[in-house]
Design a protein around this ligand. Sequence first.
Ligand SMILES: *[C@@H]1O[C@H](CO)[C@@H](O)[C@H](O)[C@H]1NC(C)=O
Ligand SMILES: *[C@@H]1O[C@H](CO)[C@@H](O)[C@H](O)[C@H]1NC(C)=O
Length: 519
Amino acid sequence: MEAAAAKAPRQLPRARLAAAAPCPAVNGGCGVLVFFAALVAGAIVSACWMSASARLQVTPITPAATAIPTKARNAAKGPDPAPGPPRFAGVATSTNQTPHELLPPAPSPAGAAAPAPRECPAYFRWIHEDLRPWRDTGVTLDAVERARRYAPKFRITVVAGRLYVARYGRCFQTRDVFTQWGILQLLRRYPGRVPDLDLMFDCEDLPVVGAADQPPPLFRYCGSEATLDIPLPDWSFWGWPELNIKPWEALRREIEEGNAMASWTDRAPYAYWKGNPNVGAGRRFLLRCNASGERDWNARIYAQDWGKELRRGFRESDLSKQCTHRYKVYIEGRGWSVSEKYILACDSVALMVRPRFHDFFSRGLAPLRHYWPVRDRGAAMCRSIKFAVDWGNAHPDKAREIGRNASRFVREELAMGRVYDYMFHLLAEYARLLRYRPAVPPGAAEVTVESMARGRRGLERQFMMDTVVAADGGAVGEGPCRLPPPFSAQELEALRRERAEVVRQVEAWEDHSADTRRA
Ligand SMILES: *[C@@H]1O[C@H](CO)[C@@H](O)[C@H](O)[C@H]1NC(C)=O
Ligand SMILES: *[C@@H]1O[C@H](CO)[C@@H](O)[C@H](O)[C@H]1NC(C)=O
């Protein structure tokens, strides 16, 4: 069935789009028609791609599957009912008491037959693609060590469920700390299930591994079409203390609560962006789309004043209070941007400036289904934004649907439980490729919840406490979701072609509307 669905897209969208194309251009009426045609085509075309998510909707994800061990938190507070005391308060002072002992095991439903795990979101299929370069050769110790030529900042080794880290360099802020913390929580969430492994990790923004004869495997936060770096979830899922960005699960809920308070129609009918404009040429282009005296591109662009925000603890950058506009621009910085998930969570329409990089989940997003594609160059970017906003304001129901689909994606397919599942499957699949038995490398030290929490204060400590997973897994006996199969070559080709087609279609509407205006 999947194969059949995958073949369909080859002719369908073309035929439909072509059929819609000759309609006369009256007030953008053509664009609308074509849009619906594209939607229909998209629905059919993506049937295979979306089949996993469709199944997902049948079995809704329960909050219990997510990573915050509420039970553990409450229990660990012990007799003290006041909020605030850290869940592993004893850790820093007592070295013989492990968090394991502080956190009670979750009760397991006695005698309950384990249900078959549900299938993971469709974007998990990219795990197979990311590991494809090593599928036939496997990963040798030599290959792993050859990755040193790219100056990775640390090496992660898991042996018998314990985490060892060898440090080779420094990472910006606490990226490395919260990345390692995340892997540590994964080991606690699925105790005894993460196989032994050994990998090199770099915490710089840009992917660097070129397609060579024998590329070494290198993990980081993002990848691109042109490189072979393997993306793992970034540190911000466990929090970004320097910017006062809370761990994802908590922030996601806050944003969701905020969404319920501000309906789409009540939001400002413009495209909003706030961030650091000094990283990447695209962001400098974006500044020019700001409303000026002469021209209103429907964009409201704000440059973050880092000095001021730093002094004020980034209070004015509270992400849960940034869902005030109907449209939100996503634009990459130097590499991918962690802002993507916060923007998608908003219920606003994400106007996505054509990205060059992907993180682990963004390949699960489809144009006009989860976001509106925007051009990435010069004045065309401003025209794209203006067109998107005008279109959305004229078609509020369709626009809201795109916004809601994005926030549903984030809620269901990017809940913290799925993030852990992604890490689990990626690492397990990687471990299967290893052609040697991982051993603790020279210079590596064991990393534990205690060792990481030791001496940390303020938000760093707070975010760790907020995301620590009960040592028994805290996942109430639920294992990871089931990894969907690899794409066939045809499926992959169809998917790429279909998405490119939708983007080209949107660009054609823009050009058309610009032509009409000029005429
Ligand atoms: C964009 O325009 C608004 C309103 O005129 C202004 O407040 C804001 O500072 C401008 N943004 C930039 C980056 O100049
Ligand atoms: C939103 O998602 C639903 C369910 O996946 C889908 O049927 C619908 O076509 C999507 N809307 C758009 C605009 O793509």
